[in-house]
Design a protein around this ligand. Structure first.
Ligand code: LLP
Length: 437
């Protein structure tokens, strides 16, 4: 939540007054506001946990793919974890060197594999191979293109969903998940990779899920990778350079998060030392933890609505109040998709009584609902939805004919860049764009 309240009760992000932004007719709402300097500092804290050991923080671009964000993180020394040819292209254009790019995903198309193989002198850092079937496809594309594919095998540690302790939709390292090479197939995949002269087995990786608030399952998955790495020592054909223990470090959305990203790294490095694997570089793939807390989504109150008081009803239903804002599930999907809770607050503190409002958007879906929040009795003109920097704009849509939200970028206490809101007219044009053939 790195927004701060000033002494005079104004909400600031990165030293910029949010009420002033929301009231500025040139800005308007809904608008995402990001603090680039704080994101860069987040990278610094995480990288410090590696001390002087060889490492790579491959930022998961899917969390927030805005050019200024990816450029800032690349400038802080991050690589990129990408999941499509377009994300790969974006990372390169934002200055991420090809050798610091990892390409994940269960179903990469042939043209995307080719793109990864032919970038730069000898392709990207590693294609993360997620199945034996994909290994054969990557090998064939490399052979056909006269390249040797540098790969990492992504292993599925098959932890139980309960052990992962996160929402089932964002748990990936369990035995029913489509992600990664199932445990029982790992030995066979390793043999195939070692024997294939079009494949360079450079890494082993795992990513067990997102918004992890404790380290235990992450460490178990890392341990599995270290054991596999040990088994590869001295094997002909093994060119192992790194172990990638994945992303998924959780943040505090208001219910607490004991484990900091740096703690995930420090505890993993301890295991790595015990396993005698310190000769390998240590890669991680965080997305959310670098960007989520350093952003808000600003919205304007359109109206409120209250039911008449019913003395006979249970207390919670005696009087219902909704605060209807101009940001909806199309702008920030997480509450609707994962029952995620983001704090909602006014931008200028109002003294006096606060009452519960159910904050909802304008989209015609019951799940367009940001939950119940204590707000001043007289509803504020604008609100901020906190911790909105990850999986916010990247998951937005134009559902219901809505515009895509604007994005503002703060650096060193000033708004330095703006990406304008799309025009409703663009949606109309798009929906009318089909041509007779
Ligand atoms: N690496 C891989 C292979 C991934 O699939 C992901 C996220 C990450 C790294 C980064 O995970 P992070 O550090 O951001 O947790 N939309 C969901 C989260 C989906 C995560 C998908 N994969 C949400 O809003 O919670």
């Amino acid at each position: 939540m790195p927004v701060v309240w000033t002494e005079s009760g104004r909400l600031e992000l990165g030293g910029v007054d949010l009420e002033r932004l929301a009231r500025d007719p040139e800005v308007g709402t809904p608008t995402y506001v990001y603090d680039l300097s704080a994101m860069v500092q987040e990278v610094g804290r995480l990288r410090a946990a590696f001390e002087s050991a060889p490492h790579l923080v491959a930022y998961a671009v899917k969390a927030n793919s805005a050019g200024p964000v990816v450029r800032a993180l690349a400038g802080a020394g991050c690589g990129a974890d990408v999941v499509s040819g377009a994300e790969l292209d974006l990372a390169l254009q934002c200055g991420v060197p090809p050798e610091r790019i990892l390409f994940s995903g269960v179903a990469k198309r042939d043209d995307e594999i080719d793109q990864a193989l032919h970038v730069g002198v000898d392709g990207i850092g590693a294609i993360q191979v997620e199945s034996i079937e994909e290994l054969a496809r990557v090998s064939a594309r490399a052979k056909g293109g006269g390249r040797r594919a540098r790969i990492s095998l992504r292993v599925n540690p098959e932890a139980s969903v309960e052990a992962l302790g996160t929402h089932s939709h964002i748990a990936t390292g369990h035995d029913e998940a489509k992600f990664g090479i199932p445990r029982d197939d790992v030995a066979a995949a390793l043999e195939l990779a070692l024997a294939d002269r079009h494949i360079c087995l450079a890494g082993l990786s795992a990513h067990i899920g997102s918004q992890l608030t404790r380290t235990s399952a992450y460490l178990e998955a890392a341990q599995m990778l270290f054991e596999l790495a040990e088994g590869l020592q001295g094997r002909p054909g093994s060119e192992l350079k790194f172990v990638d223990t994945g992303g998924g470090f959780g943040i505090d959305y208001g219910d607490g998060c004991d484990a900091s990203p740096a703690r995930f790294v420090r505890e993993t490095r301890l295991l790595m030392r015990q396993a005698g694997a310190l000769g390998l570089a240590h890669y991680v793939e965080p997305g959310r933890s670098l960007v989520a807390a350093h952003a808000v989504l600003l919205a304007t109150t359109i109206q409120h609505k209250a039911t008449p008081y019913r003395p006979d009803a249970p207390l919670s239903l005696a009087r219902r109040r909704w605060l209807m804002i101009d940001a909806g599930m199309n702008d920030l999907l997480r509450p609707a998709l994962y029952q995620a809770r983001h704090r909602v607050t006014e931008l200028t503190r109002q003294p006096g009584e606060r009452i519960p409002y159910r904050v909802v958007g304008p989209v015609c879906e019951s799940s367009d609902d940001f939950g119940v929040h204590e707000l001043p009795v007289a509803p504020p003109a604008h609100v901020a939805i906190l911790d909105a920097g990850a999986y916010g704009y990247t998951m937005s849509s134009r559902y219901n004919g809505r515009a895509l939200p604007a994005e503002l970028f703060i650096d060193g206490g000033d708004v330095v860049m703006v990406r304008k809101r799309s025009e409703p007219r663009e949606w109309v044009d798009d929906r009318l764009a089909a041509e007779r053939r």
